[in-house]
Design a protein. Sequence first.
Length: 161
Amino acid sequence: MTIAVGDKLPSATFKEKSAAGPVEVTTEELFAGKKVVLFAVPGAFTPTCSLNHLPGYLENRDAILSRGVDDIAVVAVNDLHVMGAWATASGGMGKIHFLSDWDAAFTKALGLDIDLSAGTLGVRSKRYSMLVEDGVVKTLNIEDSPGQATVSAAAAMLDQL
């Protein structure tokens, strides 16, 4: 079953690279008592993710935060080191959270996993964005195709804030 507006996010623990090294970030720490924009990509460094989806959130970070959002995070079914390298390469380190859902546990719990084995990627996340308030999904935007970033783009999220 796919998560829906009004549902509480499942409990999960992510890995994130920080200046001090690897840290664990729980859904409770990230979302409790906060308004957070969360978006997911099928893979760090993949074309649509790196050239369109992520840059939109980095470019619109201040505009999103100015509308009462406390934090922004991107999640992908990639390991901690890949997500850390992507954060550094994109200039996003310290600006948004780059969360590693290394085993796809969170993605599967949301019902937003997709098998991209035909493209040699294996199990990954569908591309989506959501606004989460105190752990509850307030808006949810799921792309029909992993190669698109329109309904889940930063511009679309800004229109919803």
